[in-house]
Design a binder for this molecule. Structure first.
Ligand code: RIB
Length: 310
């Protein structure tokens, strides 16, 4: 069973403030707490997959600044292959300003920096290793041309592709991403991409269905405290959420995706992979930080035992 995964995409430095409320224009507010850590949707997904036992190769770009080496060292700490994490000479590293409110909800502003320079040539440089992977994982914090190139690469070489269309953009050409094996938006991204509401579960199903009509195959919608939905032309399955008290939801979707890909690569069972990914993500939202909140397998096992006894 091939447990090699590749993540092609972003890394960021997460500057996270825990707020009571957003400041008004011209107002300065003191906030009670702050964390700085490694983030970026791609990097988070890579770390989550590595924590769940996958051998991960990262294809990404860091900037020409003091954050770059720290990001690379952080990947190495999790055993992630960094041979294809390259430094841009004329850009800063990606930066995310994150505001987390008292309900644990986050609002994120990103500066893509070096992530915007990740190019199709960077994928080609990793071709030999990518061909040996059980799955390629993509997000939208890199240029769309690079994302499309990675999808074409996967199709040409028979490597399954999971696309997390985040942050969502209407510029995404659905016709070009239809060949992806998994398409994994959250409800906000699903709404932006389809132009449809996703307030109720019925709304979410309708919106997901509209993407199936446009040719996508496996749609998994992550719904935070409402669980997750998997839809294909023939399947419709809900995974119920693990009930937890959320402190910081930042990176929970990435936690789900990294864990899902790792579990799916082990056994090919979508529903089982979704269940484990839901628990992994749920445990992450009980702690502050992005990657800092991701559990080890031991922590996850204890959490699952406790949940089973509840
Ligand atoms: O999905 C969460 C991530 O989005 C954060 O780590 C931040 O860096 C942004 O990319």
């Amino acid at each position: 069973m091939c447990m090699k995964l590749a993540v092609i995409g972003s890394n960021m430095v997460d500057l996270c403030a825990y707020i009571h409320r957003m400041p008004a224009p011209g107002e300065t507010l003191e906030v009670p707490d702050f964390t700085i850590g490694c983030g970026g949707k791609g990097a988070n997904q890579a770390v989550a997959a590595a924590l769940c036992g996958a051998e991960v190769t990262m294809v990404s770009k860091v900037g020409n600044d003091l954050f770059a080496d720290n990001t690379i060292e952080n990947f190495k700490k999790f055993g992630i292959d960094t041979r294809y994490v390259t430094k841009a000479s004329d850009a800063s590293s990606g930066i995310a300003s994150i505001f987390v409110d008292e309900s644990g909800q986050n609002r994120i502003l990103i500066v893509k920096g070096a992530n915007d320079l990740l190019a199709p040539a960077d994928i080609d440089a990793a071709a030999t290793d990518l061909k040996a992977c059980a799955m390629i994982i993509l997000q939208l914090e890199a240029p769309l041309a690079t994302v499309y190139h990675a999808i074409d690469f996967g199709r040409k070489h028979g490597v399954p592709v999971l696309l997390n269309p985040a942050p969502a953009t209407k510029a995404l050409d659905i016709a070009k991403v239809c060949v992806c094996d998994f398409f994994v938006p959250n409800e906000t991204e699903l709404s932006i991409l389809t132009g449809l509401p996703t307030e109720t579960m019925a709304d979410v199903e309708e919106a997901a269905k509209s993407l199936l009509v446009r040719g996508l195959k496996n749609i998994i919608v992550t719904l935070g405290g409402r669980g997750a939905l998997w839809m294909t032309q023939t399947e419709k399955q809900y995974v119920v959420p693990c009930r937890v008290t959320a402190v910081d939801t930042t990176g929970a979707g990435d936690a789900f995706i990294g864990c899902f890909a790792s579990e799916y690569a082990k056994g090919g069972d979508v529903l089982a992979a979704m269940k484990k990914a839901s628990a992994f993500a749920a445990l992450s939202v009980t702690r502050k930080g992005t990657q800092l909140s991701y559990p080890t397998q031991e922590e996850l096992a204890i959490f699952l035992q406790k949940k089973a006894a509840e």
